[in-house]
Design a protein around this ligand. Structure first.
Ligand code: PAF
Length: 282
C-alpha cells in the first residue's frame, strides 16, 4: 500500500523501520503529471532496491519561465492512483513551504554544463534542479536515485553534483519511454493537440535519421541537415540540435568520432518546449 508523507518528519517516520532493517531505498524524484515514463522509473527502481520512494514536487526554482510554472499540470489524484497501481511504497508530496525557507540562496558551480544546450537556453534551470535535488536527497537518503534519459543533460548535472559533493548514493540512467509514434513521454505532452503530437513525432524520426547517417556525413553536416529537416516540418521551431560526447558532455568534433556520441535537440510545438536525444554510438 502506498504511504504518503507531506513533511520531512513524516517521511523520516515512514523510512526509519526500513533503514533499521537494512533495506535498500531507491528514489524517483518527479514533478508529477505522471506518465508511463515515470512508471518505468518506478519499476526500474523496484528492481534495484527493496523500497521505492517517489516524490512529487513542482519545484518553482527550476522554472525560468513563470508561465511554464503556472501551466505545469498537477493532477495529484490521478498520480496517486498510478503510484498505487505501480506498487510504489512511499510518496513524498511536500508543499513549497516545507521545502523552502524565505529568501534561500543556492549557487553551485556546475562548470560548462550550465553554459551549453539546456543550461544556455534555460538560465538558472540547473541551479534550481540541483538546489531541490540536494534537499530531496537529504530528506530521502536513498541508496539509488533513478533519472530518465530524456533529460540526459540533467542526468549529467546530477552526476556532477553527486561526485562533487561526494553524496553517498548511486544514480541510475533509465531508458526514455516513447509514445507509439516515437514522441518521448513528457508531462508537457498533455498540452499538445492531437495534431501537435503528430508534428512533434518528427523529432524522433530526425534523431534516428541522424544516427543512420552518422557513417557517411560530417558531424556539422548531420546537425545542419537535422536542423533543416525539423525547420521544414510543419509546426516545429528548432531551438537547438547538437552532437555531444555522451561521457563528459562536451561538444563533439570530427577528431572524437570514436567516442560515445549523443544527438540532443530542443524544439517548440504549439508553444510547448520539447526535448529529446538519441545515443549515436555506444
Ligand atoms: O526531471 C524532473 O522532473 C525534475 O527536474 C526533478 C528531477 C524532479 C527535479 O525537480
Amino acid at each position: 500500500m502506498l504511504e504518503i508523507a507531506k513533511t520531512k518528519v513524516a517521511l523520516q517516520e515512514l523510512l526509519q523501520p526500513h533503514r533499521r532493517s537494512g533495506r535498500r531505498i531507491a528514489f524517483v524524484p518527479t514533478m508529477g503529471a505522471l506518465h508511463r515514463g515515470h512508471i518505468a522509473l518506478v519499476n526500474g527502481a523496484k528492481d534495484l532496491a527493496d523500497v521505492v520512494v517517489c516524490s512529487i514536487f513542482v519545484n518553482p526554482t527550476q522554472f525560468n519561465d513563470p508561465t511554464d510554472l503556472e501551466k505545469y499540470p498537477r493532477p495529484i489524484e490521478r498520480d496517486i492512483e498510478l503510484l498505487e497501481l505501480a506498487h510504489c511504497d512511499i510518496l513524498f508530496y511536500p508543499s513549497v513551504e516545507e521545502m523552502y525557507g524565505t529568501n534561500e540562496q543556492w549557487q553551485m558551480d556546475l562548470g560548462e554544463l550550465e553554459n551549453v544546450l539546456e543550461g544556455l537556453h534555460r538560465p538558472g534551470h540547473f541551479q534550481g534542479v540541483t538546489q531541490v535535488l540536494k534537499k530531496l536527497f537529504d530528506a530521502v537518503h536513498p541508496d539509488i536515485a533513478c533519472f530518465g534519459q530524456k533529460d540526459f543533460q540533467q542526468y549529467k548535472v546530477v552526476e556532477y553534483m553527486v561526485n562533487r559533493l561526494k553524496l553517498p548514493l548511486r544514480i541510475e540512467l533509465c531508458p526514455t519511454v516513447r509514445e507509439p509514434g516515437g514522441l518521448a513521454m513528457s508531462s508537457r505532452n498533455i498540452r499538445l493537440s492531437a495534431a501537435g503530437r503528430e508534428q512533434a513525432q518528427q523529432l524522433y524520426k530526425v534523431l534516428k535519421q541522424t544516427k543512420a547517417d552518422l557513417p557517411r556525413k560530417t558531424l556539422a553536416g548531420l546537425c545542419e541537415d537535422a536542423t533543416q529537416a525539423l525547420d521544414n516540418s510543419p509546426g516545429i521551431r528548432v531551438e537547438y540540435f547538437a552532437i555531444f560526447h555522451a561521457d563528459d558532455f562536451t561538444a563533439a568534433s570530427e577528431a572524437s568520432r570514436g567516442r560515445p556520441l549523443i544527438a540532443l535537440a530542443a524544439i517548440w510545438v504549439e508553444g510547448v518546449r520539447l526535448i529529446d536525444n538519441l545515443l549515436l554510438s555506444p
